[in-house]
Design a binder for this molecule. Structure first.
Ligand code: G6P
Length: 615
């Protein structure tokens, strides 16, 4: 969840580190810090509480820190409150303050992940005279490396390997050793870490956008591997300390796609990119080439879709579409639950893991569990080269490009269209969709980008509505079947960035409790794009109005008069399979403008992180 950067080369490091951290701030933003080494001098550590801007102003944009080798971190607190002492980098020295400044230390490091047995390791280190200034597991990890390094008088890689054997949990660890100027060391287990190279410099990052300005040639360090990084080379090692050769990967994303490109926020930019993203994802879909041949598809008897957050909502939508078009039973499980359940799966089960980042800890664990059970796994991921992409049997790539805003929008839309096309392909291969119907669906899908654009072009009225929503204490989203899945996502978008309490309910469930929460003026937003159940949901809306609710509806095409509705949002007509791709767009815009009207930080909502790589 935190962001890591590292640089060693011919330039002053601090500015490059701060630039990288700026690109990673979406991964965590409650404190930040950098450590820079000037030649053989001790590392200079600077840490601040709050967003990166305080670190930038404290170091005058990095100018005050001399040196060409350094590491940096932006934190999303797990162990210990956000504070300067708990902020990274952490040092191995027995300092009594917060670890800021030059501290006599053999090792200084930053870490992303969670060390599960850190208390046990801490106790061991206490008995060896180590003192701790923070509450973090990271300080323990850095001191454990220091302990092995000094006790056995071994090199950095051996000390790191011994530490990896003892530490349980997940980590992307980046270290500098005082005895090794100009060098950075790294290790990884289950938390993402990439190493980029140019002719005369090396870069480290927990995520691609941090180094896109400098290089697109990267290595993905694997689990239980370590690396020695110098300005001229990078060498990888396995747990035995033997050298390993990793393939270099070229990242296709360009640097501009990780910039705001004139938009006020990444979220707004990403919402507006959806026509292009849906179109690119459609063009890239090729089931045969990823191994989902007709024979494989015909063998699928049952599907389990898993993921977290919005990715799980895509699963909820896909469930309706797959069962409807391909007549294959589908269950949808939260990855955090799936990993701890014993689900009796029959032969021919396909597990689909949906994830933008491809690094979400629970989704990765669910994938591994499915594989342990001998099940086939299809990953729907946005970040190629990510752990989930690497470990799955089949990978469908959502071509959304880098998504920076914490609240997902364009990746969600890309996942939706991927799953729709998967359902259509499955139905077609199973002989349940005729050639004519298949062609019709493909044509309908190809019209979506223009229809999404039409919704984007008509956003003024949503801006107006959001001024009303901004004053709400609580909101309800209701809908049936596919519309219900969009309510789940619309409601999540609203609460995560506007901090307004919001709930999504299957419309038929209202009477079983929720309706008691409706008061005078409570906004009830009904997603009613499905003609077959529109009247039912409309009746539920009217019941709310009778209790004082203000009704907002989203309908598809011409539905005739719904006279009790206070504010109607009409989206272009399309086949029912694809309505979620359109219905979600006004809901994203509504959340965005509501958050703006409440004066909040849209791209970096409080307490949240883009990529949840801890459990
Ligand atoms: C976080 C993000 C959500 C995302 C979820 C799953 O909570 O804020 O937007 O849906 O993680 O992430 P993934 O990368 O696996 O799609």
């Amino acid at each position: 969840m935190c962001g890591i950067v590292g640089y060693t080369g011919r330039e002053q490091a601090a500015g490059i580190l701060l630039d990288g951290l700026r690109k990673l701030e979406y991964r965590g933003y409650d404190s930040a810090g950098i450590a820079v080494r000037n030649g053989a001098e001790q590392a200079q550590v600077v840490k601040t509480l709050g967003k990166l801007d305080s670190l930038i102003s404290l170091t005058d944009g990095g100018k005050t820190l001399m040196g060409k080798c350094g590491i940096g971190h932006t934190r999303w607190a797990t162990h210990g409150v956000p504070s300067v002492a708990n902020a990274h980098p952490h040092v191995s020295g027995n300092c009594r303050n917060t670890g800021n400044g030059p501290v006599e230390s053999a090792v200084v490091g930053v870490h992303n992940g969670i060390i599960e047995n850190y208390m046990e390791l801490k106790e061991k280190l206490l008995t060896h005279g180590y003192m701790f200034y923070s509450e973090t597991d990271t300080e323990v990890l850095v001191k454990l490396v220091d302990y092995y390094y000094r006790k056995y008088k071994i090199g950095p890689i051996d000390a790191i390997n011994r530490t990896m054997v003892r530490a349980r949990g997940s980590y992307a660890l980046t270290l500098m050793f005082t005895d090794y100027p100009g060098e950075i060391y790294a290790a990884r287990k289950d938390s993402p870490l990439i190493i980029g190279r140019t002719e005369d410099a090396s870069f480290l990052a927990s995520d691609v956008p941090a180094i896109l300005n400098y290089t697109r040639d990267v290595y993905y360090i694997q689990n239980h591997q370590s690396a020695r990084i110098t300005p001229d080379s990078v060498t990888f090692f396995d747990l035995n300390g033997d050298k390993v050769v990793l393939p270099e990967t070229h990242i296709e994303w360009d640097a501009l796609s990780a910039e705001k490109d004139g938009y006020e926020h990444f979220m707004l930019k990403e919402i507006h990119e959806q026509p292009k993203v849906v179109s690119n994802t459609l063009k890239a879909l090729d089931f045969q080439s990823i191994g989902l041949t007709d024979t494989v598809l015909k063998g699928i008897r049952q599907i389990c879709i898993t993921g977290c957050g919005s990715a799980w909502h895509v699963g909820m939508a896909a469930q309706y579409v797959i069962e409807d078009l391909a007549s294959v039973p589908v269950r949808v499980e939260l990855a955090s639950e799936f990993r701890y359940r014993s689900i009796p799966f029959s032969e021919g089960t396909l597990v689909i893991v949906i994830s933008q980042s491809g690094e979400t800890a629970d989704s990765l664990a669910a994938l591994r569990k499915a594989k342990e059970c001998g099940l086939m796994v299809l990953a729907v991921v946005n970040v190629m080269g990510s752990s989930i992409a690497r470990e799955a049997d089949f990978v469908l790539h959502t071509v959304a490009g880098p998504e920076i805003s914490v609240a997902t929008t364009k990746a969600f839309s890309a996942q939706l269209i991927c799953m729709d096309l998967f359902a259509i392909q499955l139905g077609y291969v199973k002989g349940l969709i005729s050639q004519e119907k298949y062609d019709f669906y493909i044509k309908e899908a190809s019209l979506l980008p223009d229809k999404i654009q039409m919704i984007l072009d008509d956003k003024q009225k949503l801006q107006w509505l959001s001024t009303k929503l901004a004053a709400q204490k609580s909101m309800f989203f209701i809908g049936r079947s596919l519309d219900y899945s969009i309510c789940l996502e619309g409601s999540l978008k609203m609460k995560e960035i506007s901090y307004i309490h919001s709930e999504a309910y299957a419309a038929g469930e209202l009477k079983h409790g929720t309706i008691s929460l409706i008061e005078e003026g409570t906004v009830v937003l009904g997603v009613m794009t499905e003609k077959s159940v529109l009247e039912k949901t409309y009746s539920n809306m009217v019941e709310c109005k009778a209790r004082g609710a203000y009704l907002v509806s989203i309908v598809s095409g011409n539905t005739g008069k719904l006279k009790e509705i206070d504010f109607n949002i009409c989206i272009p007509d399309c086949d029912a399979v694809f309505t979620p791709s359109l219905a979600i767009v006004p809901l994203q815009l509504l959340s965005y403008y509501t958050s703006i009207n409440r004066g909040l930080d849209v791209d970096k909502p409080r307490n949240l992180a883009k990529s949840v790589t801890v459990e």
